[in-house]
Design a protein around this ligand. Sequence first.
Ligand code: PLP
Length: 305
Amino acid sequence: MESEYKDGIAWVEGAFCPISEARIPLLDWGFLRSDACQDTVSVWDGAFFRLDDHLERFERSFSRLRMICPYDRNSLRKLAIEAVRLTGFRAAYLQLIMTRGRPPIGSRDLRLANNSFFLFCVPYISIATPEQQEQGLHLIVSDIQRIPSTSVDPTIKTYHWLDFEMGLFEAYDRGGDTVILTDGKGDVTEGPGFNLFAVKEGKLLTPEAGCLDGMTRDTVFELATETNLECTLTSLSARDLCAMDELFISSTAGGLMPVAKVDGQSLGTSPIGPVTSRLRDLYWAKRRAGWHATLVDYTTTETAT
Ligand code: PLP
């Protein structure tokens, strides 16, 4: 019999349901005001990557938004594992979500809102297609400014993505695959779902500010330490990107992905440079060997509460 969760699963209002039936109430301010935050975890070869680190970042995000989650960390952990187990997915993309909920009808007082928790799990998603992983991505630098850090803290993982989405349309119109936004002063920040790394004279560089403290970015820092690669958090001028030896992006959705071109211009080491290639191979080899892994037991029949 075909599983009702073959396309994915969601946790909505205290119960699991097939992904196609998952709904957010229309009046939830998560929808009406984008008043929500999330964290996304990946599963590969039947194991979560950095699950506890993601749960910690998720708690940090919703606490900074002054939300209260109805579940403690251990219950969230169990729900995440149970969601993957129920789908049977060996490679999955799992998102934990907190929304503001809504205050009682007639009130606009944020403090009266009952915050809600949702979760969904679908088959693994990558920003780069297999061809783009081989050929490298074409990155467009947009003039659209990333929402300033002084307006919305970029280390809270939110759904404030209209700047990215308009930037993506611009990238497609200009023949690119994806986009990077600047801080309005000429330095790059991040892209839709990823952080950016550059390689110059054998050293790694990445934006210091204006971006999410990506879990994959942290993972790259660990790989750099392990391989004695110097890594500097700094400002990266958009103008200088084409002069870098290599560029790659990092995300839970795809790991480390090479950039071959910026604004139509090929990088010197296009399609994929030696440092990017080495780090990417190491990332996947270590994941396959169980690095930062939480194994999913697909045989148990225990149901999370
Ligand atoms: N920056 C933004 C805006 C993101 O949304 C994401 C992930 O979705 C990232 C960076 C990369 O973060 P991570 O490596 O934790 O997936």
